[in-house]
Ligand binder design. Structure first.
Ligand SMILES: [Zn+2]
Length: 67
């Protein structure tokens, strides 16, 4: 999203990165099949936290948590 970066003062469009969050780990620890399906949440973006960062100075501006 477009915003003014408080760190470098540039008007930028944030770069979004999906990062494994608490929900991802909860789903992983809740699966006890040991067949690798517990890794699935790590590839499902809708289950991941989203990090918005500035493309100029690389500071993280927002962190959206699923839980
Ligand atoms: Zn910046």
């Amino acid at each position: 999203m477009r915003t003014l970066c408080p760190y470098c003062g540039n008007y930028i469009v944030t770069v979004t990165t999906a990062v494994p969050g608490l929900l991802t780990w909860l789903l992983c620890s809740g699966c006890r099949c040991f067949l690798g399906c517990c890794l699935v949440p790590f590839f499902v973006k809708s289950l991941m936290d989203v990090s918005h960062s500035c493309p100029v100075c690389k500071h993280e501006l927002y962190h959206y948590h699923r839980v």
